[in-house]
Ligand binder design. Structure first.
Ligand code: 13P
Length: 250
């Protein structure tokens, strides 16, 4: 049985004082969670978040990283830097980074390899646009993104990747994929991984769903055969709402 992994992606929200208050509120609400609980916070909140989750079951992730270790890359943060302060997870290839910051399948692949080299666990996002969905290309797009993202990784590394299937048309729109649709897409990703890395490896990979997840739809989504939790944007900004998503099965 794969463990459920539920991650909040705060995107460009929250200041340090809000981070501290949020963690104070969230901690007792999720302390008995069977799921892995992760908060992916802005760089400027990382240190405060890490200090304040000490002794709790909440893990901290970043939302992006550069693939080089160091050097003349003004404004960038490396995996080594993240690891040095105790970050455990990092989102790679979010659709907003692909759309606004020229992230490509190639940079995603380089970043995943770099993340592993520093012992960070990557949460890799894939997902189709509305026009691609309407053209019947969902499976082609998401399996291709998955294949390119994982290119050159060992089976052991693939088993430690978290994939977040996030249909772009469902992000921040209030439109959620139906649980059957989302589960079918997630299954197609798992099948592609099985084709390349074998069934045993594919069965171990955590594949989340993301896109307008909230407390009212989390249970239905996370109770399907292949969806192993969620990457939650807007609904992760309120500790009470996020805790209900984490505790979806109570
Ligand atoms: P929303 O939950 O706000 O739709 O965002 C999803 C997302 O992009 C998480 O990474």
């Amino acid at each position: 049985m794969r463990k459920k992994v539920i991650a909040g992606n705060w995107k460009m929200n929250m200041l340090p004082d809000e981070t501290i208050r949020y963690i104070e509120e969230l901690t007792p609400l999720v302390k008995d969670s069977k799921a892995e609980v992760i908060l992916c916070v802005p760089y400027t909140d990382l240190f405060y978040a890490l200090l304040n989750v000490q002794g709790t079951n909440i893990k901290i992730g970043a939302q992006n990283m550069h693939f080089e270790e160091k050097g003349a890359y003004t404004g960038e943060i490396s995996g080594k830097m993240l690891k040095s302060i105790g970050v455990e997870y990092v989102i790679i290839g979010h659709s907003e980074r692909r759309e606004y910051f020229a992230e490509t399948n190639e940079t995603v692949n380089k970043k995943i390899k770099s993340a592993f080299s520093y012992g960070l666990k990557p949460i890799v996002c894939v997902g189709e646009k509305l026009e691609e969905r309407e053209a019947g290309k969902t499976v082609e797009i998401i399996t291709n993104q998955t294949e390119k993202a994982l290119e050159g990784l060992s089976n052991e590394q693939v088993e430690n990747v978290i994939i977040a299937y996030e249909p772009i048309w469902a992000i921040g729109t209030g439109k959620t994929a139906t649980s059957d649709d989302a589960n079918d897409s997630v299954k197609s990703i798992r099948t592609k991984i099985a084709e390349i890395y074998g069934k045993e490896t594919a069965e171990k990979v955590i594949i989340q769903y993301g896109g307008s997840v909230k407390s009212s739809n989390a249970k239905e989504l996370f109770s399907t055969s292949d969806i192993d939790g969620g990457l939650v944007g807007g609904a992760s900004l309120k500790p009470d709402e996020f805790s209900k998503i984490v505790n979806y099965d109570e």
